[in-house]
Design a protein around this ligand. Structure first.
Ligand code: GDP
Ligand code: MG
Length: 331
């Protein structure tokens, strides 16, 4: 600890092993409740990007994930919606509240990706968008009069949809993930997995994982960012199960007296949330219930930090940083 305050020699407190025995309750643990209250009041931003060629069920899947129409252009909304000639970036925001916690969710859709005859460099607009959000954040950060809370438009997660061909990854899949995995958290998923038999699905998953490995593609959660052994063990399990073979739907079916989201197939109804039918629930638990905060932290501490360091090293185009700002922002 800095500042010359001894932590392990507080007079009047007994000692036992590494930690000290307190003589009475201080209330240190209330910090958790204090943080909870602040978070509840402030809410938080979560920005998710969806990439993959049209018709792979991207819009349907995010709508299924967040149990609402958070993405337009899904089947019901725009079946007549034409495929753009170039990749477009469309961000739509919604505030979702649950248990008193507000989440400002932005879904960034990328219509036109992979839909052209020549898809060369079609990740350029996507990579440009991601970097522009880092730049925006950086500009706010180096401002003399900084906002108390900088609006966060940075992409925390990029869901990459792999076509359920049963063969192998396309060149474009490999190129995209290779180019962007150092810039953003990529989570590859196998789209429309109800179109494959369980055997086909498992074999395809296995092959895709191998190919990703062969091409040295690092996806989220990246090995090198595991915090400790507990983290590593938990993430190893997730990595071994990836890419999740998902199914999305906005149609309800009656199964054993309960209404569930599903899709009718030749085999019967594939229930979206049934882990024996597909891995939607695994993805949802991972993305929202266990790793949402980590996705935000890796974005800030790794991807944004890399951008920031590079940008401040070059310092090209960035206004000279004023003297009274240097101390605080540590530039
Ligand atoms: P997007 O272009 O990638 O956003 O795809 P959409 O979400 O608009 O879906 C395209 C079509 O595929 C629609 O007719 C959906 O009903 C259908 N679809 C969406 N998800 C799935 C899925 O998991 N399995 C199957 N079989 N069809 C799906
Ligand atoms: Mg769509």
């Amino acid at each position: 600890l800095s500042g010359g305050v001894g932590v392990d020699r507080v007079p009047g407190l007994g000692h036992s092993g590494g930690g000290s025995t307190l003589l009475g309750y201080i209330g240190i643990d209330t910090i958790i409740e204090q943080m909870r209250k602040k978070t509840m009041k402030a809410g938080f931003d979560f920005n998710i990007m969806i990439v993959g060629h049209s018709g792979l069920g991207k819009s349907t899947l995010v709508n299924t994930l967040f149990k609402s129409q958070v993405s337009r252009w899904s089947s019901g909304w725009g079946s007549e919606h034409k495929i753009p000639k170039t990749v477009e970036i469309k961000a739509v925001s919604h505030v979702i509240e649950e248990g008193g916690v507000k989440m400002k969710l932005t879904v960034i859709d990328t219509p036109g990706f992979g839909d052209q005859i020549n898809n060369e460099n079609c990740w350029d607009p996507i990579s440009k968008y991601i970097n522009e959000q880092y730049e925006k954040f950086l500009k706010e950060e180096v401002n003399i009069a900084r906002k108390k809370r900088i609006p966060d438009t940075r992409v925390h997660c990029c869901l990459y949809f792999i076509s359920p061909t049963g063969h192998s990854l396309r060149q474009l899949d490999i190129e995209f993930m290779k180019h962007l995995s150092r810039v953003v958290n990529i989570i590859p998923v196998i789209a429309k997995s109800d179109t494959m038999t369980p055997d086909e699905k498992n074999e395809f998953k296995h092959r895709v994982r191998k190919e990703l490995e062969t091409h040295g593609i690092e996806y989220y959660p990246q090995n090198e960012f595991d915090d400790d052994m507990e983290d590593k063990n938990e993430n190893d399990k997730i990595r071994e199960a990836m890419p999740f073979a998902v199914v999305g739907s906005d149609k309800e079916f009656q199964v054993n007296g309960k209404r569930v989201l599903g899709r009718k197939t030749a085999w019967g109804v594939v229930e979206v949330e049934n882990p024996n039918h597909c891995e939607f629930a695994l993805l949802r638990d991972f993305l929202i219930r266990s790793h949402l905060q980590d996705l935000k932290e890796v974005t800030h501490n790794i991807h944004y930090e890399t951008y920031r360091a590079r940008r401040l090293n070059d310092n090209g185009g960035l206004h000279p940083i004023s003297a009274n700002n240097t101390q605080e922002s540590n530039l």
